[in-house]
Design a protein around this ligand. Structure first.
Ligand code: TRP
Length: 453
């Protein structure tokens, strides 16, 4: 045991930090566009089911491993098994942290860049999404622009993580998360009060079941993982800074609730505005950087809303970025005896460099392709579609089958005695989902990613 390992200052601080990790580009950029492409309400329903039956049980498991061992992903598996295989599973999580942060920061950088462009007035006179698309192409197509904001995003992330778990991550989350929710409330009110907003609401609430294909279900499942930051030890690491008697189940429920609420609120804010302007909800990844700027440009006071929106995205990305860096830092601090500052500077710097080709994938290296994918696409695909589902599968199998049942039962009840007394069935249901449902469904996602389905 490390005598002076860091810890959260309060339970509330932990919830905000963990929700900050979960709420990210996944909620505000990706969720709306995949919901838009896959038919809206029906897809959202499937997504909610995936969150409940896979996301929630796996989240409890990940946090539980962290809280029990008080270690980073590698140290945690080492403490519980001594098995080389499981230790390498933890190590793969650290590697996934390197990879995800390297490209996440590129998009995170764009969001900061868009805040600045809004203030400079470049976003205020579009007549159509095409014009906004041209500007987007120009900005992301500029190596200087994208590399500078990639660097700024990294500098902010490192600045926070250097200050430690309580003084940096927790403290900044306590400021950023309330700001994020307030901005979202403002944008939602603006959205639903626009003329024609009801079509956007109908898109979100009236299901068209014919849109639900096997493919759509797999997308929903994969996203349930990504959005809850599961499968690479981020939640495990955050859980490792909890006290032994903090309630893991209720904390997980609160994190799931906040993450889902914020994704849905973002959906409402975005689709009411998109439909009110008569634009295409299925615009794909460009929905945020191309369709929305055109929407804002056509609104009275649109600059303010545009500023708030991109600030919201930047905050969401930053609170997720710090959790990714923290996994890497925790590993070097716990296992290799580095001091926090050195670990942040060296590995933050390294991950920044790994991200450079990702930033260049939209310009100088746009034509460098392997299997028709740019560097950015490859890193994103390997991490999000292979490593995360694999990691999630391993966590479900580990807690469901490998870790002794008696120990798991005792651990999950620690601090949650009352909950299990009141709802004795919860334990059984959780185990069933963890042992059978999650592994089977996640395996399907993996096979699909690998092209077998
Ligand atoms: N959950 C974040 C989002 O929705 C992304 C993220 C942060 C993440 N940390 C992670 C994803 C760890 C997987 C693993 O944008």
């Amino acid at each position: 045991m490390t005598p002076n390992r860091e810890a959260w200052g309060s339970r509330f601080g932990f919830i905000l930090a963990a929700a900050g990790s979960a709420v990210g580009l996944g909620n505000i950029w990706k969720f709306p566009y995949i919901a838009g492409e896959n038919g809206g309400a029906a897809f959202i329903f499937v997504y909610l089911v995936c969150i409940a039956i896979i996301g929630f049980p796996v989240l409890i498991s990940e946090i539980l491993i962290g809280r029990t061992t008080q270690r980073n992903p590698v140290g945690a598996f080492a403490a519980l098994t001594h098995s080389k295989f499981w230790i390498s599973v933890g190590f793969l999580g650290v590697v996934a942290g390197f990879m995800i942060l390297s490209f996440y920061s590129v998009i995170g950088g764009w969001t900061i860049g868009y805040v600045v462009e809004t203030l400079r007035g470049s976003l205020s006179n579009f007549q159509s999404p095409d014009e906004a698309g041209v500007l987007f192409g120009k900005l992301s197509g500029s190596p200087t622009w994208s590399l500078s904001y990639h660097a700024i995003f990294f500098a902010l992330t490192m600045f926070i993580v250097i200050r430690g778990v309580e003084g940096g991550i927790e403290r900044s989350s306590k400021i950023m998360m309330p700001v994020l929710v307030s901005i979202l409330v403002i944008l939602m009110i603006r959205g639903v009060t626009l003329d024609g907003a009801s079509k956007g609401l109908a898109f979100l609430w009236v299901p068209d079941w014919s849109k639900i294909t096997g493919q759509a279900i797999l997308i929903a499942l994969g996203h349930a993982f990504f959005t809850l930051s599961l499968g690479m030890g981020a939640m495990l690491t955050y859980g490792s800074y909890m006290g032994k008697r903090d309630n893991v189940v209720s904390a997980s429920a609160q994190i799931v609730f906040l993450d889902t609420l914020i994704a849905l609120m973002a959906g409402v804010a975005i689709f009411t505005a998109v439909f009110a302007s008569g634009l295409d909800p299925a615009a794909g990844p460009g929905l945020i950087f191309q369709t929305l700027p055109a929407v804002f440009a056509s609104m009275t006071g649109g600059v303010y809303f545009s500023f708030l929106f991109f600030l919201l995205l930047a905050i969401a990305a930053l609170t997720s970025g710090i959790s990714l860096l923290e996994v890497v830092v925790a590993y070097f601090v716990d296992e290799r005896g580095w001091d926090r500052k050195g670990a942040v500077l060296i590995f933050g710097g390294t991950i920044f460099l790994i991200g450079v080709p990702s930033a260049l994938s939209f310009n100088l290296m746009a034509d460098v392709k392997i299997f028709d994918k740019t560097f950015f696409d490859i890193v994103d695909f390997l991490a999000s579609n292979i490593l995360l589902p694999f990691g999630g599968l391993m966590i479900a199998i580990f807690v469901g089958w490998i870790w002794s049942t008696t120990a798991v039962r005792a651990a999950v009840k620690e601090g949650a005695e009352q909950l299990f007394d009141n709802y004795p069935w919860f334990e059984r249901v959780w185990f069933i989902f963890l042992k059978f449902v999650a592994p089977i469904l996640i395996t399907l996602v993996l096979l699909n990613s690998l092209g077998f389905m």
